[in-house]
Design a protein. Structure first.
Length: 156
């Protein structure tokens, strides 16, 4: 008969009377994963989508449009753009404003800000160089003062 202490500390007897040690990194057999079974069967939950993600997904999805008597497949984004262009051509003021404003905004977004970045880089470079010159002046000033005291000490 196995004492209670030995049973709790590491020697476990199951129904088959086989001995299995239980301890750090060795869980009891009945709690171990069975072969072919993972510890996380459902996996990591998917990232929750935002409203913008949902709208973007919908705009990318395809729709069938009858255009000029022919059926064409296009994205919803393109269909909306075609509708606004056609309405603007028909005299709809709101569609015209929307199209013109979106074109202006698109141009601003597409323009690179290389000039601003270059100017920022030049300014940072100027600051670094002035800091280096100031550090060299202070370190050379200290070196001159220490060398002059050593030469004076050697003379006396």
């Amino acid at each position: 008969m196995i004492s209670r202490v030995k049973r709790e500390r590491g020697l476990m007897v199951d129904g088959n009377h086989s001995k299995h040690t239980v301890g750090y990194g060795k869980p009891p057999k009945h709690t171990q994963f069975k072969p072919g079974q993972s510890g996380n069967p459902k996996g990591r939950p998917r990232k929750s989508t935002t409203f913008d993600d949902d709208v973007e997904t919908e705009l990318r999805s395809a729709v069938i449009v009858v255009e000029g008597g022919k059926r064409r497949k296009m994205t919803k984004r393109r269909a909306i753009a075609k509708q606004h262009v056609n309405k603007a051509l028909g005299g709809d003021v709101r569609s015209t404003e929307l199209l013109l404003n979106s074109r202006r905004q698109g141009r601003f977004d597409q323009q690179d800000n290389l000039g601003a970045l270059l100017e920022e880089f030049r300014e940072k470079n100027r600051r670094l160089q002035t800091n280096r010159v100031a550090e060299e002046d202070t370190s050379s000033g200290l070196a001159n003062s220490t060398s002059s005291t050593h030469t004076e000490g050697e003379k006396s």
